[in-house]
Design a protein around this ligand. Structure first.
Ligand code: CO
Length: 134
């Protein structure tokens, strides 16, 4: 059911510093910072030949990644995002398999203006999984 790896998201405390690590030290193609107030994060996308890295920095006081950074003060891998052809069909199949879809199961519009859902890490090998409609 899942298709391509769309991106790996890394939570960071300082997105400017993290961008420089990817731009200068790793020699990658790094986007400008984009604020996503509806999601409580600032984002940067790093384009690699086969996938992307999404840097996430907390934005605002109730950012969904604030707790993660409390537990992981150096930052760390926050989620992986897989593409699916039909996000509602994927949701229904996963629920039928007993997997937990976060929130009320209604897809939200994600950072790429496409519908996304998140799946409970306890059902997926300890990893928060984002599904994005391809
Ligand atoms: Co993501």
């Amino acid at each position: 059911m899942i298709g391509r790896l769309n991106h790996v998201a890394i939570a960071v405390r300082d997105i400017a510093k993290a961008s420089e690590v990817y731009r200068r030290t790793l020699g990658a193609s790094v986007s400008a910072v984009v604020a996503q107030p509806a999601h409580g994060v600032n984002t940067v996308f790093i384009t690699l030949p086969n996938t992307k890295i999404e840097l996430l920095e907390p934005l605002g006081s109730d950012s969904p990644i604030a707790k993660f950074l409390e537990r992981n003060p150096d930052g760390g891998i926050h989620h992986v995002c897989y593409e699916v052809d039909d996000i509602l069909a994927a949701r229904d199949r996963l629920r039928a398999e007993g997997a937990r879809v976060l929130g009320d199961g209604t897809p939200k519009i994600g950072a790429h203006d496409k519908p996304v859902l998140f799946l409970h890490p306890k059902d997926f090998c300890g990893t928060l999984v984002e599904l994005e409609q391809a």
